[in-house]
Design a protein around this ligand. Structure first.
Ligand code: NAD
Length: 262
């Protein structure tokens, strides 16, 4: 089976491009904000954790806006303010995300209390954050005739993730969203893709996984793959970065049930 790989960044330069990176106050988002800044983009970090968001933004020399990605009014206000100030919105990285499994819970613990407690919030951040961000940026990008949206999904959205079914559900949902909405966006000059990391060494990782000594990719490797996807001309692509030991590759879903589009 052919596994399409990402082109190298080569002479890629994002200078003049305006980016928003959600969840940029930590982990993958912080590495991505840094990499996009190095490549010349004017980056605004969005995060709900003001202290870490500002700290990362100051360290990189980019801008910071504090808001909850599940808040539509905050999206509208912030996208308007970024485009008024910098003149465009070219790269939108919908990366903020949370897990639902409380620290210390195992697969054998009763899932009822913690799933009922946490699932709405996980859906708000991991799904609403992607849909609201895309819908708010789309009119701006359509008017420009260009733009690229990149969603941080997860391999947990393709394979099963028994310790955290709600996280898995949320990542499957955004993968389906990206694949299904890509044609409508393409008609408007806008690309949308998703990257699915495996285990990455960031604070989202539960302690038990660290204790197991599970191999984890550095967030910088994921950020590099994300920059390559943003620089590519792909759309509707679901890219897998399962481990730093393997190339990043484009996942092809089984086509047997695909009929003509409705
Ligand atoms: P992280 O915890 O280091 O960073 C997540 C950031 O999102 C934090 O700064 C947090 O404050 C922010 N955030 C949380 N809720 C928010 C909200 N409502 N509004 C705005 N910001 C909010 O974790 P990470 O590993 O860097 O995660 C980034 C993305 O990568 C997530 O979508 C995560 O699901 C995904 N991912 C991570 C891994 C991994 O192993 N680390 C694997 C696959 C996918």
């Amino acid at each position: 089976m052919e596994m399409p790989e990402l082109p190298d960044l080569g002479e890629t330069n994002f200078s003049g491009m305006v980016s928003i990176v959600t969840g940029g106050g930590s982990g993958i988002g912080a590495s991505l904000a840094k990499r996009l800044t190095e490549l010349g983009s004017r980056v605004t970090i969005v995060d709900i954790d003001e202290e870490s968001g500002r700290h990362v933004a100051n360290g990189i020399g980019c801008d910071y806006v504090n808001f909850d990605v599940a808040d539509l009014a905050a999206w509208e206000q912030s996208v308007a303010s970024v485009t008024d100030r910098f003149g465009s919105l070219d790269l939108l990285c919908l990366n903020a995300g949370i897990g639902s499994r409380p620290r210390g819970h195992t697969v054998t613990d009763d899932p009822v209390p913690w799933i009922l407690d946490t699932y709405r919030n996980v859906i708000a951040v991991n799904i609403d954050g992607v849909i609201l961000g895309t819908m708010t940026a789309l009119p701006v990008m359509e008017k420009q005739g260009s733009g690229s949206i990149l969603v941080t999904a997860s391999v947990a959205g393709i394979r099963t993730q028994p310790p955290d079914p709600i996280y898995s559900l949320s990542k499957s949902a955004v993968i389906s969203f990206v694949r299904s909405i890509a044609p409508a966006l393409e008609d408007r000059g806008v690309r949308i893709n998703a990257l699915c990391p495996g285990s990455v060494d960031t604070p989202i990782q539960p302690e038990d996984r660290r204790r197991e000594g599970r191999p984890m990719s550095p967030p910088e490797d994921i950020a590099e793959a994300m920059a390559k996807i943003l620089a590519s001309d792909d759309t509707g692509g679901i890219w897998i970065a399962s481990s730093s030991d393997y190339p990043v590759w484009r996942y092809e879903f089984a086509s047997a049930i695909d009929g003509p589009p409705d």
